[in-house]
Design a protein around this ligand. Structure first.
Ligand SMILES: CC(C)(COP(=O)(O)OP(=O)(O)OC[C@H]1O[C@@H](n2cnc3c(N)ncnc32)[C@H](O)[C@@H]1OP(=O)(O)O)[C@@H](O)C(=O)NCCC(=O)NCCS
Length: 186
């Protein structure tokens, strides 16, 4: 297994092998269209194409296309920010997977954790998600992220406001999970 590859171990998830590669300008149409898909729009705050374009160039950001399946086609994207953080506190800014429920999200998250802790020297990896995003919450819970608290009514949406749950994983928690075989090996 290489550093940026992961195949989920469940027997029915043998097709959920993923790898991350840096996003290129030519990928941005795909990225923006995924963000604007109504299946995703409810759970994220979409960026303009220019913001993604800046993000693929900005050294503090890592913008990745998630490739997966038999042909290693694009199946989604994810963004890490704070990669040069003095505090070694990185944020999984967003992750969007096109075909839900196929195991690509879990596989991509495992690779993202490995990149954050092994390659980018993170001490803390954090994220936030909308309180009604039960699918993402189940994924992050089961991948060892700890709830830090809520940002109440932090996001304005049609008809009102939504709260955000903040979750994180610290390096000792990551290494503890790795020693149990729950994370990708070094
Ligand atoms: C959240 C997201 C990235 C997860 O990726 P995915 O490929 O769909 O997730 P997986 O197939 O790897 O499933 C991971 C876990 O999510 C949970 N899950 C999946 N589908 C679910 C559903 N319909 N309802 C509740 N939980 C669900 C399960 O715990 C699942 O693990 P298990 O099947 O092994 O028990 C993806 O669904 C997505 O892009 N959603 C829209 C954008 C978004 O919410 N991004 C995250 C913002 S913080």
């Amino acid at each position: 297994m290489t550093a940026a590859n992961f195949a989920a171990s469940k027997p029915d998830r043998t097709r959920s092998r993923v790898r991350l590669r840096p996003t290129m300008s030519s990928d941005l149409e795909y990225v923006v269209s995924l963000e604007r898909d109504p299946d995703n729009l409810a759970f994220i705050t979409p960026w303009e194409r220019t913001q993604h374009d800046a993000a693929i160039r900005f050294p503090d950001f890592r913008h990745f296309i998630v490739e997966g399946g038999e042909g290693l086609d694009a199946v989604g994207f994810l963004i890490l920010i704070g990669c040069r953080s003095h505090d070694q506190s990185l944020e999984l800014e967003r992750m969007v997977i096109q075909t839900k429920g196929s195991g690509f999200g879990r596989a991509a998250l495992r690779v993202a954790k490995k990149v954050a802790f092994d390659d980018l020297g993170a001490h803390r990896l954090w994220l936030d998600l909308k309180t009604r995003n039960t699918r993402a919450k189940a994924l992050y819970d089961s991948e060892g992220f700890v709830v830090e608290g809520q940002l109440r009514d932090a996001v304005k949406v049609a008809g009102g406001f939504e709260s955000l749950i903040v979750m994180s994983m610290l390096r000792p928690e990551f290494t503890g999970r790795r020693s149990l075989g729950l994370e990708l090996p070094e």
